[in-house]
Write a protein that binds this ligand. Structure first.
Ligand SMILES: Cc1cc2nc3c(=O)[nH]c(=O)nc-3n(C[C@H](O)[C@H](O)[C@H](O)COP(=O)(O)OP(=O)(O)OC[C@H]3O[C@@H](n4cnc5c(N)ncnc54)[C@H](O)[C@@H]3O)c2cc1C
Length: 275
């Protein structure tokens, strides 16, 4: 199958892109890397009248580092992060996550903003950036707002962007030197989307200890005070009953699913505290 006929625009600035997306007489879709949207167009799962290519907008490729955070424009690609073409304020955590996404061809074009906006439950950035405490920066015609990534996704392939809004970037907090990070995902084949994800951050200097259970089939499960779930001994054993209760409370009741996600979380925690 081929896409429906659509018009195409490639604005060079954000106001022009937002103005196009605010049109009420057309179904308008942004396209960034096209890695998720391309197949959806071909399958006619989306049938836009107008496709707005946002990759020519310089502001969406911005990189701004402050003492506390890094702001990345939404069109920064997975490969930009993997190759270190942008600074890393996470001690290598983001580079490793980027390198584990799909195949190099997908990483060359796929963008961090497209991945978040697409809101695939199995996407790596949704879980990793939620665990890192990142904020999504959203621009509309009249205002800019920030949404914590851990609440950005509202359902499968749905996020809290409103019509006419565009994800302009992501703000990632700088981890302290003492921070511990672990990320583990379970895929049946290399390069495919994950069946289970776990991300764990312990940053004692900033009083953060957060775990995220991702690829749940829906929104990631965020355990914002993970310190109570993790033993202080050398093996950092997890409170399995409490974690299972959290999964069940978020609708994950299948024991096999729970077991796979639990093992991913245990491995992420072990990775974080590896000497
Ligand atoms: C074979 C294959 C394997 C993959 N494996 C993985 C994997 O292991 N892990 C993983 O995380 N991902 C994986 N992906 C997805 C990949 O990371 C995509 O790059 C990503 O999901 C979408 O990014 P994109 O820039 O290509 O967005 P596009 O496909 O261009 O757009 C996706 C959606 O987001 C919207 N959009 C894009 N940018 C914005 C914006 N700035 N503001 C608002 N809306 C926007 C579009 O309108 C569209 O609805 C895989 C994809 C393929 C094809």
């Amino acid at each position: 199958m081929k896409p429906v006929n659509f018009d195409f625009a490639r604005p060079s600035d954000l106001p022009a892109a937002i103005a196009l997306a605010s049109r009420e007489d057309a179904i308008v879709k942004f396209i960034a890397g096209g890695q998720s949207l391309g197949p959806m167009l071909n399958l006619r799962l989306v049938q836009p009248n107008l496709l707005v290519d946002i990759t020519g907008i310089a502001e969406l490729k911005r990189v701004e580092e402050t003492p506390d955070a890094l702001e990345l424009g939404s069109c920064i690609t997975h490969a930009d992060i993997e190759d270190g073409r942008v600074p890393d304020v996470t001690g290598g955590a983001m580079r490793a996550v980027a390198a584990g996404i799909a195949y190099r061809a997908v990483r060359n074009r796929g963008t961090i903003g497209g991945s978040l906006a697409h809101a695939d439950p199995s996407a790596d950035w949704l879980s990793a950036l939620a665990a890192l405490g990142a904020q999504a920066i959203v621009r509309g015609a009249h205002k800019e707002r920030q949404i914590p990534v851990d609440t950005l996704m509202t359902g499968v392939f749905e996020c809290s962007l409103e019509s006419g809004e565009l994800l302009s970037g992501v703000e990632i907090p700088r981890l302290s030197k003492s921070a511990r990070w672990g990320y583990y995902k379970h895929c049946r084949k290399t390069g495919e989307l994950a069946h289970a994800i776990a991300a764990f951050l312990h940053d004692p200097d900033r009083s953060v200890c957060r775990a995220v259970i991702g690829a749940t089939g829906s929104k990631p499960i965020v355990l914002s005070d993970a310190s109570v779930l993790i033993g202080k001994g050398p093996d950092h054993a997890l409170d399995r009953a409490a974690i299972e209760r959290a999964m069940t409370g978020h609708g994950m009741t299948d024991p096999i699913e729970q077991q796979i996600h639990f093992v991913c979380l245990r491995r992420a925690v072990q990775q974080a505290y590896r000497p």
